[in-house]
Write a protein that binds this ligand. Structure first.
Ligand code: RP5
Length: 162
């Protein structure tokens, strides 16, 4: 598969890194090239805008945007591109991540952001893979193999209880 990144993973702060890395790991497992960057909707809006403006022409197909607290990042990205944006709410110090989750799901009509659960980077990556797999058989095969292996593990775990 080409090494040109297909998924852009953006986080609002370096403090989000531990939550976000499992998304990168999951994409690696599925052999999907990705690029990971830190841009803040509030602290570096100009740099964020520049990255988003060039994303499609550089081959990015899906954007994962991770943010905690006010969590404006996924919506700010979705406002500037028609690429699909998956919001990953990051657990902050207050409100058990509900603040970020609600901010991400409560987008105004016409500017959608898909959302996964709080800190669920693995599902953000897997959803990105499913979107790419619509037109990419290599990714579809990798995804189906992953799903099969996951099922086999649960079956083994169950048998180990007998
Ligand atoms: C958000 O604010 C970031 O995504 C992060 O989750 C949160 C706190 O950021 P820091 O103050 O740790 O940089 O924008």
């Amino acid at each position: 598969m080409s090494e040109k990144p297909l998924v852009g993973i953006i986080m609002g702060s370096k403090s989000d890194m531990d939550v976000v890395m499992p998304a990168k790991d999951m994409l690696n497992e599925l052999h999907i090239p990705s690029e990971i960057r830190i841009f803040s909707a509030h602290r570096t809006p100009v740099q964020l805008h520049e990255w988003v403006a060039s994303a499609r022409e550089r081959g990015i197909k899906v954007i994962i945007a991770a943010a905690g607290g006010a969590a404006a990042l996924p919506g700010a990205i979705a406002a500037e591109t028609s690429l699909p944006v998956i919001g990953l709410p990051v657990l902050g110090k207050a409100f058990s991540g509900l603040d970020a989750l609600l901010s991400i799901v409560q987008m105004p009509g016409g500017i959608p952001v898909a959302a996964v659960g709080v800190n669920n980077a693995k599902n953000a990556a897997t959803m990105a893979a499913r979107i790419i797999a619509i037109e990419n058989d290599e990714v579809r095969n990798a995804l189906e193999e992953f799903t099969q292996l996951q099922a086999e593990k649960v079956i083994r775990d169950n048998l180990s209880l007998e």
